[in-house]
Design a binder for this molecule. Structure first.
Ligand SMILES: [Zn+2]
Length: 189
C-alpha cells in the first residue's frame, strides 16, 4: 500500500517532492512543499525529541487512509500540546521520521494511514485534542505548581497550565499530574 510513496521518491513533484536524505543528519527523507523548505531538523534538538515522543503515543497506524485529518491540521494539534511551532513541511518530515507514510506524496497537505480513534484526534478530559505531554513516568525528577503573579505556573518551565479560570484561583492547585507545557511530573501535595 505504500507503493505510491516509493514510486514518487526522488521525482520532482508538482506540489511536494520527497527525496532520499543522503546526508548524515535527520531522517531518511527530505521533503519540499512548494516554497516551504523548513526542515524538522532545523528545530533545536530538545524540541525535536519532544515532538517525536508526543507523536509516538498520540498516533496509531491503520490499514486505511484517514481522509478527514491532514498534516496541516495535525501539526496544529501537536503545537497545542507541545508548544513547538513548525511548518507543514517540517511536520511531514516528522511524520516520516516516526514511520508514517503519506497516501499521496505529491500533495500540499498529506493524509496518512492512521486510525481516526488515535489519541491525537480524541477530545481529552481538558476539552482539547491529543494527550498532554506526559514526560517519562519512570523519571523521578518532579516539579511543583507555584502560585505567582496571580496565576499558577510550573516550577520547572514557568509554563501556565491553561486559560481556565480555576488556575488563577490561589485556593485551587491545577489538576494536571504532568506539566502540559514541558511534561515534567508534578508533586502531589
Ligand atoms: Zn513545565
Amino acid at each position: 500500500m505504500y507503493n505510491r510513496f516509493f514510486d514518487a521518491l526522488d521525482k520532482e513533484g508538482v506540489e511536494c517532492t520527497v527525496r532520499r536524505n543522503t546526508g548524515n543528519i535527520g531522517g531518511d527523507y527530505i521533503v519540499e512543499t512548494g516554497n516551504d523548505r523548513e526542515h524538522f531538523t532545523d528545530l533545536d534538538l530538545e524540541a525535536q525529541e519532544k515532538c517525536v515522543e508526543w507523536l509516538r503515543y498520540n498516533l496509531v497506524p491503520a490499514g486505511k487512509v484517514l481522509h478527514n485529518h491532514t498534516s496541516y491540521g495535525m501539526k496544529h494539534i501537536l503545537q497545542d500540546r507541545t508548544n513547538v511551532y513548525m511548518t507543514n513541511n517540517a511536520f511531514k518530515e516528522l511524520m516520516l521520521l516516526c514511520g508514517f507514510y503519506p497516501s499521496e506524496p505529491d500533495t500540499l497537505n498529506w493524509t496518512f494511514y492512521v486510525k481516526k480513534t488515535s489519541p491525537m484526534f480524541m477530545t481529552q478530559a481538558d476539552g482539547r485534542q491529543g494527550l498532554p505531554m506526559l514526560g517519562d513516568p519512570m523519571d523521578y525528577h518532579q516539579a511543583e505548581w507555584e502560585y505567582e503573579h496571580g496565576s499558577w505556573q510550573c516550577s520547572d518551565c514557568g509554563g501556565e497550565p491553561g486559560g481556565d479560570s480555576c488556575w488563577t484561583d490561589a485556593e485551587h492547585t491545577p489538576v494536571y499530574a504532568y506539566c502540559p507545557n514541558c511534561g515534567v511530573k508534578m508533586k502531589i501535595h
